[in-house]
Design a protein around this ligand. Structure first.
Ligand code: GTP
Length: 320
């Protein structure tokens, strides 16, 4: 089990992170001494501090006391399970409580294990190892399920779920959402001229460059289809989306990837369709947003390629 966890940690890049939460520093010190050799440890002395730290450092496992002043361990766990940022973090309760009722409650609020004090160090370490291995395995497979293997970007499945989720987010806050649909120009000719392997390499390089233009954690950059990419930009008005799309075009042009068979440019170039909508607007929906971006991408192609197209339709509100 230890070897599997080590391999998963290496793949992920970094030791597993554990958050210890107990109002008694002496208890934290005791558990820290047992685990610090193998894991990166974070410490909190209250439920609220544990929630704040969990959102910030997203530990792989939380060891949680139950009886604490203010928010107790059960309520803290319940709150963590209601938060999309923290709901996937397994919580083990480490407590002086021993009754069946308390143990059942621990699982009802979302805990994965219940350990009664006094602590047996060997048993604690074995349980921590098991839960961390399960967590990192689950992260590993989740990551594969949402990633495009060639480019490392999100895949189409993740794009579809993100589009719906981010649309709801913008709808709740009444803010604009923008979408960019990006297509590499004359990519069939690129493949025909340079070969499929070179085409793959080009796709990966262009994808990496597109990704490097987006720095907000809630922006989503995905491979939409073969040589098409899509960027979901929540809380982004039309003018800002156009600026970002232009910068994407420029950054790929600056790569100077030769394209001997392009009628448009000596280098690999992009066409981008931009769409912006505000959720409460009449007829606005993620499907309509996608359709408009697609229509604008088609217009960018028809207009000569290597450009950004963001025609406004009267139906859609300019949020910039
Ligand atoms: N190398 C490689 N090529 C791919 C991959 N996925 C799709 N393609 C190729 O991308 C090309 C897309 O061709 P078209 O849809 O005609 O688009 P285009 O040649 O870029 O033409 P315009 O978009 O009109 O400029 C096809 O030749 C596909 O085989 C991939 O994963 N790797």
């Amino acid at each position: 089990m230890k070897q599997i966890l080590e391999e998963l940690s290496t793949l992920r890049g970094g030791r597993p992170r554990i958050l210890l939460c107990d109002d008694q520093p002496i208890n934290i010190r005791l558990v820290n001494a047992l685990l610090k050799g193998d894991y990166e440890i974070f410490m909190a002395t209250s439920g609220l501090q544990a929630i704040e730290l969990s959102e910030r450092v997203t530990p792989d496992l939380i060891l949680m006391d139950v009886n604490m002043p203010g928010l107790n361990g059960y309520d803290t766990c319940a709150r963590l399970k209601q938060n999309t940022l923290t709901l996937g973090i397994p919580v083990i309760f480490l407590t002086g409580l021993k009754s069946e009722e308390d143990e059942v409650k621990a699982f009802e609020v979302g805990g994965v294990d219940f350990i009664s004090k006094p602590i047996n160090g060997t048993v604690l370490k074995a349980r921590v190892l098991t839960h961390l291995t399960l967590k990192l395995q689950s992260d590993f497979y989740l990551n594969i399920a949402v990633t495009d293997s060639l480019t490392g970007l999100f895949n189409r499945r993740k794009f579809d779920s993100e589009l719906a989720e981010k649309w709801e987010l913008c709808k709740r806050s009444g803010q604009a959402m923008s979408l960019l649909l990006i297509d590499i120009d004359h990519f069939k000719q690129y493949n025909d001229h340079y070969g499929h392997q070179a085409g793959d390499h080009c796709l990966a390089e262009v994808a990496h460059t597109i990704r490097s233009n987006f720095h907000r954690s809630y922006d989503c950059v995905a491979r939409y289809g073969g040589e098409e990419f899509a960027c979901i930009l929540p809380m982004t008005g039309r003018e800002q989306a156009i600026r970002q799309a232009q910068e994407v075009c420029h950054s790929v042009a600056r790569l100077h990837l030769p394209h001997a068979r392009s009628d448009t440019s000596a280098w690999v170039s992009l066409s981008i369709g931009v769409a912006t909508m505000i959720a409460p607007d009449h007829n606005a929906s993620p499907v309509a947003l996608l359709a408009l971006a697609d229509k604008n991408l088609y217009a960018a192609k028809a207009n000569g390629r290597a450009q950004v197209f963001a025609a406004e339709l009267p139906l859609f509100n300019d949020a910039a």
